[in-house]
Ligand binder design. Structure first.
Ligand code: PLP
Length: 461
């Protein structure tokens, strides 16, 4: 067959043609090949997006992977990108070179970051930012004369990325299956999962259990062999799991006592998604490093950042230097968009709106709590998870395929985008969501959940 005789590729292709081309050529991540439908998104404005058939959809998922804080299709962002591109698109920041936008964004992030965090290494996304943090933790200890400190502690159910380091630290076995050997010296701890506290830590205070497990793990591996612990302040992909108030302060105390660094993975939570610039600050983590990505440039360009204390950065940069970096680190277009995103969050009071959204999500989703298929409702800032169950005694998680079907039904029946994450249905709207949009998104979600039977089947509308 003549490859050049394929259907129209540039412009003018119909939605059906685009879907065919997608199925034929594009590899995207999804749980399995069973998802055959294609919704080809072609434009957006605020919290609304349109597909190639011009169907309007309300984005209650923050662009799908909770990465969109300031809404879609903004002209002000397009103008900033165009202005920067016409000045200069990119020049390396290796050796003596640097660029004004990366310098400004690093300084601005240092200003907003928790006390003591002053330095920034840029990358192109969350996995890369986590990868940088893992390497930085190991090299820091190496330079300090403790080269055996190589182990990384992470937690089951956490998501940290898809590269080998970040993917091994991820507590989601399909990430590691069939692609091994994965990164050695990574150990997983239990997550703070209060909905299942009686099952996971019977007859114990959750924090007492988790701290005892941490202490036992450190004793087993040996404190002198552990570089860092990596954790999200609030676990997003695990289903919006917030820890008890004393969890992070107590973890921090144990780690400090053993000379172990704490890396806060704020790829989802910063900037602003939970109504604070940085959630690690609020929860008493006092991190040594912070990773950011997703919403840092509003979703208008890929950008990641690894923030760290001076002492760590100084150790990396002395002796042989930090032989680690990515071609597009500190990309000036992405960094200009990062600065603009922070300005917009400030100017439009989006931290305040994130807190208002939390209230709207809580009240809008409250009627779902008594449904037999809803085990738990968790709302933290603009993140909401409804954990779906198929029976109430053991609270057996609803199957992934059924949760996917529920999310699809919310879109098909109501034109609202919510997302499946394991047994959780997740809402994570842009921080510009209005009260009316919140009402529409939550009502759509509740309506479909009312039609969901514990066996996973959906009654018709
Ligand atoms: N860290 C967290 C907490 C995440 O949720 C994700 C992605 O979902 C990542 C890291 C990886 O980020 P990326 O997909 O940009 O590589």
């Amino acid at each position: 067959p003549n490859k050049l005789a394929q259907p129209t590729i540039a412009g003018g292709a119909t939605a059906a043609e685009l879907a065919d081309l997608d199925r034929r050529h594009l590899i995207r991540s999804m749980p399995n090949g069973a998802v055959t439908e294609r919704v080809v998104i072609v434009r957006g404005e605020g919290c609304t997006v349109w597909d190639a058939d011009d169907n309007e959809l309300l984005d209650a998922a923050g662009g799908g992977v909770w990465h969109s804080p300031i809404g879609h299709g903004r002209r002000d962002m397009a103008e900033i990108a165009a202005a920067q591109m016409s000045r200069i698109e990119f020049f390396t920041s290796l050796y003596e070179f640097s660029n004004d936008q990366a310098i400004r964004l690093a300084a601005r992030l240092a200003q907003l970051a928790p006390e003591g965090i002053e330095r920034v290494a840029f990358s192109s996304g969350g996995s890369e930012a986590v990868e940088t943090a893992i390497k930085a933790a190991r090299l820091y200890h190496h330079r300090r004369g403790e080269p055996d400190r190589t182990w990384i502690l992470a937690r089951h159910y956490a998501f940290h990325g898809a590269t080998y380091g970040s993917g091994t630290a991820t507590g989601f076995p399909p990430m590691q299956f069939g692609v091994g050997p994965n990164l050695p010296h990574v150990e997983k701890l239990s997550p703070p999962y209060l909905y299942r506290a009686d099952q996971l830590y019977p007859d114990q205070d959750p924090t007492d259990f988790l701290i005892a497990e941490l202490e036992e793990t450190i004793a087993r591996i040996g404190a002198g062999n552990i570089a860092a612990m990596l954790g999200e302040p609030v676990m997003a992909g695990a289903g919006v799991l917030a820890p008890p108030a004393d969890y992070w302060p107590r973890v921090r105390e144990v780690l400090s006592r053993h000379g172990i660094l704490l890396i806060a993975d704020e790829v989802v939570t910063a900037p602003g998604r939970l109504g604070e610039w940085f959630m690690s600050d609020k929860l008493g983590m006092q991190p040594d490093m912070i990773t950011m990505a997703k919403g840092i440039a509003g979703g208008y360009a890929p950008l990641g950042a690894t923030l760290m204390r001076d002492e760590i950065a100084d150790a990396l940069l002395r002796d042989g230097g930090f032989f680690h970096g990515y071609t597009f680190q500190g990309h000036p277009v992405a960094c200009a968009l990062g600065l603009a995103t922070l300005d917009i969050i400030e100017r439009e009071d989006l931290l305040g709106n994130a807190r208002r959204i939390a209230g709207w999500l809580r009240s809008g989703l409250a009627p779902a709590v008594d449904l037999p298929v809803v085990g738990d409702l968790r709302v933290e800032g603009t993140l909401a998870a409804l954990e779906l169950i198929s029976e109430p005694v053991h609270r057996t998680p609803m199957g992934w395929d059924q949760v996917i079907a529920v999310a699809f039904e919310v879109r098909r029946a109501h034109g609202v985008i919510v997302r499946p994450y394991g047994s959780n249905l997740v809402l994570a709207p842009p921080l510009v969501l209005t009260e009316a949009e919140a009402r529409r998104a939550t009502a759509a979600t509740v309506e479909v959940l009312r039609r969901l039977h514990p066996d996973g089947t959906l009654a018709p509308c």
